[in-house]
Design a protein around this ligand. Structure first.
Ligand code: VGL
Ligand code: ZN
Length: 229
């Protein structure tokens, strides 16, 4: 049995699977849990970005190539995070019927994730187990889960996400979901200003409006201090 320091004064004793409970009253984890505990500590949050039908279902109006294949990979991260006692939070793109975010109203996107429609619902295969932060409800068109951007004035206002992280003492953030080159990227670039941040490209997929956007997003995040992988 060995003692492992997790930081912040947290100690766990790790034994062989099946060894009886320790006599110190500390939690005894089977060795197989160690990997999970190390990758998701209690001070870590997993942010699952916009895994919604319009992005993740091939019938969705803004289907992200590979978005459907990402769902089971995201679920693995959710399960890892939950088993380590980490916090899991979900963002949801949540637009009104008309917003300067949409091409028909002067923006660049096809109509997608309209409040209350099938396209805005989370993909039915997603493991949903945590609070939801909606973005865009009043016509804002920002991409970060941390802020909403007024499309006219450009003024940014915070969402509830930062408060949720800070009230739990979160210091590390892992970002997965859709889309790598838009909302995942902007969420990670905001997160890295205040939290140790990583993005898992295997649990994400890019829109690639221009070929190579996904790769460029990865480089931009890496340069800003985001851990990739
Ligand atoms: C997103 C385009 C438009 C995203 C949202 O979730 O990445 N992309 N709205
Ligand atoms: Zn959107």
């Amino acid at each position: 049995m060995s003692e492992i320091e997790l930081g912040h004064g947290q100690l766990v004793l790790v034994g062989e699977e099946g060894t009886p409970g320790d006599s110190h009253g500390l939690s005894l984890l089977p060795a197989c849990s160690l990997q999970i505990v190390i990758s998701y500590l209690l001070n870590t949050a997993l942010i699952v970005v916009d895994v919604q039908n319009d992005f993740a279902d091939p019938k969705g109006s803004l289907f992200v190539p590979g978005g459907d294949a990402v769902v089971p990979r995201v679920n693995i991260e959710v399960m890892r995070a939950l088993s380590a006692g980490a916090f899991v939070v979900y963002t949801q793109d949540w637009h009104p019927e008309s917003t300067p975010h949409f091409e028909k109203d002067g923006g660049i996107w096809p109509v997608h994730c309209v409040q209350g429609t099938w396209g805005a619902e989370f993909h039915p295969g997603l493991e949903l187990s945590g609070p939801i932060v909606q973005n865009g409800a009043n016509g804002e068109d920002g991409y970060s889960g941390f802020t909403m951007r007024d499309p006219i004035s450009g003024k940014e206002t915070p969402t509830a996400l930062r408060g949720m992280l800070d009230e739990r003492g979160i210091e590390k953030v892992v970002v997965v979901g859709l889309a790598l080159d838009w909302c995942v990227k902007e969420t990670a670039l905001d997160a890295v200003k205040d939290y140790e941040t990583s993005v898992i490209p295997d649990a994400s997929a890019s829109v690639d409006l221009e070929p190579g956007d996904g790769q460029r997003a990865i480089e931009e995040m890496r340069k800003s201090g985001v851990t990739i992988g």
